[in-house]
Design a protein around this ligand. Structure first.
Ligand code: NAD
Length: 357
């Protein structure tokens, strides 16, 4: 029997609504497969500002660091929008990612068969399903390079430096190759190596790493072409490996192709097995506490935690299959419902998934 210590940040808005369902589902998995999940709740974002006057209390960082993994709902909301930058909920989010050394962001863009019609892409292109994994470098590149202002030929100018070390590229490439081995064994590495030196090093390093993974088919694409190919022929992709800024843009594009923000989970991984797992959506203050939020993205984030942090593949699959069966029965929260659906709220959706495990 495995015992796993999990730090839980329910967060703001719909965060608590959806994380409560995720915990119920994990507990059912624990019962069924003989594991014990121990949770320690901590504050971040708006809830932390209200209780402690800071978006990222020390205790939260310490508890997360002492845990095997972290579950997060979402943070932020209009209540805290007028606070100065240092005190805003988003500062908590960026702060916890950097405190925990989460350098690899994994964002699956999946279209479930039953929801294919929600995609804004034509059915003849999308077919009846889609399964892409975007692996984005999260702690390097232009967002973390040198920023500044200087006086130039035409007056004041600003600069942001894109900077990648071989170490950082290898580290993220390894995550992508290991992920590809567990999926379709195909990687598209996205760069701009026709123009950028950092991309040339990126491409060279990825090619070098591919030698350790002879089973993985590797190809390269310039980022402008990748943005186009994602809408033109998204089914050609299995794993997309890319830098911080390109991944920021492409992962949002990929998630929009699925048409349902309430369905998509994400993982941010550090060295070893440690990770933070959260839905890609925000705190949806418009529906907070109303039993309307779709908990599936968060429940699938829990499945990602089982797979990536704890190596519990069968258990993760049990959750994913249960979600699939619920969707096949046309049980839907409002955001993904159509005229024929059995419409349910957050708790009833959690209940329906529990019943299928
Ligand atoms: P949002 O994702 O919260 O909401 C966008 C729209 O999608 C809303 O209409 C919302 O009702 C709907 N929606 C989102 N998740 C849903 C779900 N699970 N089920 C059903 N409907 C859902 O984005 P936003 O409105 O731009 O941001 C709201 C707040 O969330 C802001 O304060 C923002 O800063 C914060 N935010 C936090 C995160 C995070 O914690 N990682 C990410 C994005 C936004």
């Amino acid at each position: 029997m495995g015992v796993y210590n999990i730090a839980v940040i329910k967060g703001d808005g719909i965060g608590p609504d959806v994380v409560n369902e995720e915990i119920r589902v994990l507990n059912k998995i624990g019962e069924k497969f003989g594991h014990k999940f121990e949770y320690k709740e901590v504050l971040l974002g708006g809830a932390a500002i209200d209780a402690c006057g800071t978006p990222i209390p020390k205790e939260t960082v310490e508890t997360c660091k002492a845990s095997d993994s972290v579950l997060l709902g979402a943070v932020g909301g209009p209540k805290w929008d007028d606070l100065p930058g240092e005190l805003r909920p988003e500062r908590g989010l960026l702060g916890i990612r950097s405190e925990l050394g989460l350098y690899a962001n994994l964002r699956p863009a999946i279209i479930h068969k039953a929801l294919a019609s929600a995609s804004p892409i034509k059915p003849e292109i999308i077919g009846d399903s889609l399964d892409i994994l975007v692996v984005r470098e999260l702690t390097g590149g232009i967002y973390f390079g040198e920023h500044g202002y200087r006086s130039g030929k035409y007056g004041e100018e600003a600069y942001d430096i894109e900077n990648y070390s071989e170490f950082e590229i290898k580290r993220i490439a390894k995550v992508a190759f290991d992920s590809a081995m567990k999926r379709g064994k195909k990687i598209t590495s996205v760069d701009k190596s026709n123009v950028l030196e950092s991309s040339k090093l990126w491409r060279r390093t990825v090619i070098e790493m591919a030698k350790d993974y002879p089973e993985v088919e590797l190809n390269h694409m310039y980022v402008d072409n990748a943005a186009m190919q994602l809408v033109r022929n998204p089914k050609q992709f299995d794993v997309i490996l890319t830098s911080n800024i390109f991944g920021d843009i492409l992962s949002d594009e990929a998630s929009q192709i699925t048409g349902s923000i309430g369905m998509l989970p994400s993982a941010s991984l550090a060295d070893g097995a440690f990770g933070l797992y959260e839905p890609i959506h925000g705190s949806a203050p418009d529906i907070a506490g109303m039993d309307m939020a779709n908990p599936i993205a968060t429940i699938l984030s829990g499945a990602m935690m089982l797979r990536y942090s704890f190596g519990l593949t069968d258990e993760a699959k049990a959750i994913e299959d249960a979600v699939e069966r619920v969707l096949d029965k046309n049980i839907r929260t409002g955001d993904i419902a159509d005229a024929d659906s059995v419409r349910v709220g957050t708790k009833a959706m959690g209940e329906a998934i529990l019943a299928e495990i």
